[in-house]
Design a protein around this ligand. Structure first.
Ligand code: WT7
Length: 686
């Protein structure tokens, strides 16, 4: 849902003196000076950041070779290197360093389970021991530096342990969100050639039981049919099951909720229980000193061709960027309690549940459940329980909560809240105002953070103590980001304008490549506008220089803050034997922001009916994952195409919205199909 550019929102919300008091950045003047230095002299700016945090480098960065890059495809391969030659380790910096600095007894995570009452805590010191043990386990399984380890887990402490253990030994973690299907998991393991998979028996999401082990088994089978063997599956016993050992307690950092309906099947020789394999393993493990530009992890994101891209982030640059954005954007100070509601399976969880907060030695809440279970007040219950100072969530959740009105919010005090964050899609001013007034009681600034899996951390965002806010605007660039707005010829626009949002220089957190496919990296992000990184989003700059994201400019859409490509949905739909052709477009959705509106052309003789619609929906869910619902299915005996046979999605978007003003259709091969489509238009209520 585009924010609409905010023409009707003239009110500006300056930082209150309470927000400014003690903040790291307290004025726009100070922000501008810091931003200027970050662009003009990145080596000095980021060296000072390294010093402020006290990050450990086994071999310090060379000031003269701090940043080397080519950002222009016409001049050669895209190549970005921050601090190359310096040696460090991200796990060491987020764990050992904190413990050495006396934070060993500080709580790293308050783990809050799906069911109220299920909770535990883990300190930095305890976490370090678990991570060392699991690092040793990984080594014993033959995992080496550079190997890709697949992780398909719920929001439990072992997930953090697994990630940091990979980081410690220099293996890349490749986390697949636990809501993806077996096919999606298999596709990602095949692409990354991940021979080791870490998962759990299952998880409750609200009242729903998800059998993660069964999905993992299916995924491994799919890999096998494609000639790839997953050698080891490590399984956390999170629920326990009767078939295993009557759900007896096991020693683990996250409490269990026995579930006797699971019948976890362990394949001998391949599958290992986490608690068994950890038994008796040493809690000491040396860190592997890695080059600043060695890969840290990969994370798949949707690509407009349909196959997901393995976004690769590297060691030192990612660490600096995640740490710095976390510190300044949430204005985190020691002792604060912070909660990011995102799943670690998405980049938001990587950067703002794990790496960013832990680099500051922060205390976070890690929540396993869903925000409306057991009721709509759960989030505020958690905020009051842990006295959360800053919360980071998505517009889709805010819009969901808006439906239930004020009562579930007013039941709780929420008085600890100081900073409210949002991410994932443009926040419409109505949701912004609800967040600000109802949830924050008009006391706390909203940081609307625009960024992407590819950017590693926030790129456009307010700073709570400095930036006057406009509801719906992500305001100004973060340190290191030099934005520009270009037209479709790639010409930079000045002043008030609207066009493509691009970035002119590399920042430390920018992705370095697409795993195994550098040409795709260059083609997707650098080719259309040589010399710039293309975000793929449109934006408007207003008379005060504020940036307003207007949404994706490509064949992608954003469901509840998660990108999907129309191609992915289309290829799932056409797999159905009765479907001859399919086209999907984004459609506005009241709570999810956007949803998928699909047109299907059936084969001769096939009947379009409710059974078929539900088969198609369930197929999309199975292929991609439950969050990828085909909300609307429209019977399309013919699709509008150009003479060269290209589907005219622009026209389909209009038909979906029942908008008869189709614009220029002179290139359309057969315009009679359009009348049929308007006549067939289903009732849409999403
Ligand atoms: C796309 C990236 C970054 C973590 C979550 C999504 C959209 C993200 C905002 C925002 C407007 C936003 C963009 C972007 N987006 N944040 N504050 N305002 N749009 O990561 O799956 O890589 O999606 O999400 O369209 O390109 P992702």
């Amino acid at each position: 849902m585009a924010s609409g550019g905010g023409e009707n929102n003239t009110q500006v919300y300056p930082p209150s003196s309470a927000s400014q008091n003690g903040a790291y950045v307290t004025s726009m003047q100070q922000y501008k000076e810091m931003h200027k230095q970050s662009i003009e002299d990145p080596a000095s700016f980021w060296s000072k950041i390294i010093e402020d945090f006290g990050f450990h480098f086994e071999t310090p960065p060379n000031r003269d070779k701090f940043l080397e890059y080519n950002f222009d495809v016409t001049k050669g391969p895209i190549d970005i290197k921050w601090m190359q030659g310096a040696k460090t380790n991200v796990c060491y910096n987020v764990l050992d360093r904190n413990v050495k600095n006396g934070l060993g007894d500080n709580i790293a995570f308050y783990w809050e389970g799906n069911d109220p009452g299920d909770h535990s805590t883990i300190t930095y010191g305890q976490l370090l021991k678990e991570v060392c043990k699991f690092s040793n386990v990984l080594k014993s399984l033959g995992v080496k530096k550079g190997d890709r380890v697949a992780i398909y887990m719920p929001m439990i402490v072992e997930l953090v342990v697994a990630m940091l253990a990979c980081a410690r030994i220099g293996a890349m973690h490749s986390i697949v969100f636990g809501g993806f299907s077996a096919d999606s998991l298999a596709g990602r393991m095949l692409d990354a050639k991940s021979a080791v998979l870490i998962t759990a028996d299952g998880v409750y999401r609200g009242a729903k039981l998800v059998d993660l082990k069964k999905i993992s088994d299916d995924a491994v089978d799919v890999c096998k049919t494609k000639g790839f063997d997953v050698s080891t599956m490590v399984v956390v016993r999170h629920l326990g099951s009767k078939s295993v050992d009557n759900g007896a307690e096991v020693n683990s950092p996250t409490p269990k909720r026995p579930c006797y309906s699971l019948s976890t099947n362990m394949v001998s020789g391949r599958d290992r229980w986490w608690h068994e394999i950890m038994e008796g393993v040493s809690d000491q493990c040396d860190t592997e000193w890695l080059d600043a530009e060695d890969p840290l992890f990969m994370l798949y994101t949707s690509g407009s061709t349909g196959t997901p891209k393995g976004v690769v982030h590297t060691q030192a640059g990612y660490l600096l960027y995640a740490a710095t954005t976390f510190k300044y954007v949430f204005d985190y100070h020691p002792g604060d309690i912070y909660w990011c509601t995102a799943d670690v399976g998405w980049i938001t969880g990587h950067s703002y549940v794990v790496y960013g907060p832990m680099a500051s030695g922060a205390t976070s809440v890690m929540f396993e459940g869903v925000p409306t279970y057991p009721d709509e007040g759960r989030c505020w219950d958690i905020v009051d329980k842990y006295k959360v100072n800053s919360i980071y969530t998505a517009p889709t959740l805010i819009r969901t909560l808006m439906k239930y009105g004020d009562a579930p919010i007013k039941k709780y005090s929420r008085k600890s809240l100081r900073v409210l964050g949002t991410v994932g899609e443009p926040i419409n001013p109505e949701a912004w105002l609800f967040y600000y007034h109802k949830i924050g009681d008009g006391r706390s600034p909203i940081v609307d953070t625009f960024w992407q899996t590819e950017t590693g951390g926030h790129t456009m965002t307010p700073l709570p103590g400095a930036t006057p806010l406009k509801p719906g605007s992500c305001t100004f660039p973060f340190f290191g980001i030099e934005p520009a707005v270009v037209n479709d010829k790639g010409e930079e626009l000045e002043g008030v304008c609207e066009g493509y949002l691009v970035f002119k220089k590399p920042w430390p957190g920018v992705m370095r490549t697409v795993y195994g496919n550098h040409p795709r990296y260059e083609g997707t992000y650098f080719k259309q506008f040589p010399g710039y990184y293309k975000t793929g989003d449109g934006c408007r700059r207003d008379e005060d220089g504020y940036y307003w994201i207007t949404g994706r400019m490509d064949d992608m859409f954003n469901v509840s803050g998660h990108l999907l490509s129309t191609a992915e949905i289309e290829s799932a739909l056409i797999e159905h034997p009765k479907v001859a052709e399919a086209a999907a477009v984004a459609y506005p959705h009241k709570t999810k922001g956007e949803c998928c509106y699909s047109f299907v052309t059936l084969i001769e003789g096939a009947e379009f009916n409710e059974t078929l619609i539900s088969e198609l929906r369930s197929h999309v869910r199975t292929k991609i994952g439950p969050f990828a619902a085909a909300e609307v299915v429209h019977n399309a005996p013919g699709l509008p195409k150009t003479r060269s046979g290209k589907i005219m999605r622009r026209v389909l978007r209009k038909i979906a919205k029942n908008d008869h003003d189709l614009g220029d259709v002179s290139t359309m091969a057969d315009s009679s199909v359009v009348d049929v489509l308007f006549a067939n238009r289903p009732d849409v209520n999403v």
